[in-house]
Design a protein around this ligand. Structure first.
Ligand code: ABN
Length: 176
C-alpha cells in the first residue's frame, strides 16, 4: 500500500501548500500588482477642455484675469479661480503670515496702490489661473521684494495653494 500512502501524502502536501498563509499573501500581492498595471491611474478628467475651463481670461476688469490691475506683481495661482476672492483665501486655506508687497496703478483713478501678495496655505496647489507679473520685483537676494517665493514658509503647514492681493494703502496724488 506504499503507492496509496505516497499518493495521499502528495495530495495532502499540495493542499497544505495551496492553502497556506504565505501562498494566500503571494496571490494577493499578484492581484494588487496586476490591478495596478491594468488600472494605472484613477479616473481623473485630464481632458484639455477641462483644463482650459479655469484658465484666466484677458479682461483687465475681471479679477479672474492675470491682467487685472491689482495683479501687476503677482506670481502664482489666482485665489479668485480657486474658490476664494481677490483678498480672501478659499475655505480651508490659511493666509500666509509673511508676504511681499508691490505697487500697482489703478487705471480708474490713476493712483498707485500698495498691494500685499499673501499666499494661501495648507492646501495643495490650486493649479488654476497661473499668473506671473513682476512689476517692481527685485532679485531673490532681496527676499522682501521678490515674488517667486513660497510665502507659506512661516505657517504651520507650508503647502502653497493660491495668492490673494490685499490693498494696504494708496498714494495721495495720482501718478503722473
Ligand atoms: N508666492 C507664490 C509662490 C508660491 C510657491 C512658489 C513660488 C511662488
Amino acid at each position: 500500500m506504499k503507492w496509496f500512502d505516497d499518493f495521499f501524502e502528495r495530495r495532502t502536501r499540495e493542499v497544505a501548500r495551496f492553502t497556506s498563509r504565505r501562498n494566500a499573501l503571494i496571490r494577493l500581492g499578484k492581484i494588487v500588482v496586476g490591478a495596478g498595471l491594468v488600472f494605472p491611474v484613477l479616473p481623473f478628467d485630464r481632458s484639455p477642455a477641462n483644463a482650459h475651463a479655469f484658465e484666466a481670461s484677458k479682461d483687465p476688469k475681471d479679477d479672474t484675469s492675470c491682467e487685472y490691475w491689482r495683479y501687476c506683481a503677482l506670481d502664482g495661482f489666482l485665489c479668485t479661480c480657486c474658490g476664494g476672492s481677490v483678498s480672501s483665501c478659499p475655505p480651508g486655506a490659511e493666509v500666509s503670515s509673511v508676504t511681499w508687497v508691490g505697487t500697482c496703478q489703478n487705471p480708474d483713478d490713476g493712483k498707485a496702490y500698495l498691494v500685499s501678495y499673501n499666499d494661501c496655505c495648507g492646501v495643495t496647489a490650486c493649479g488654476r489661473c497661473l499668473c506671473n507679473y513682476n512689476q517692481g520685483e527685485r532679485p531673490a537676494y532681496r527676499m522682501g521684494v521678490h515674488n517667486d517665493i513660497n510665502w507659506c514658509m512661516g505657517n504651520k503647514v507650508n503647502a502653497y495653494h493660491c495668492t490673494v492681493s490685499v490693498i494696504l494703502g494708496v498714494t495721495e496724488k495720482a501718478a503722473g
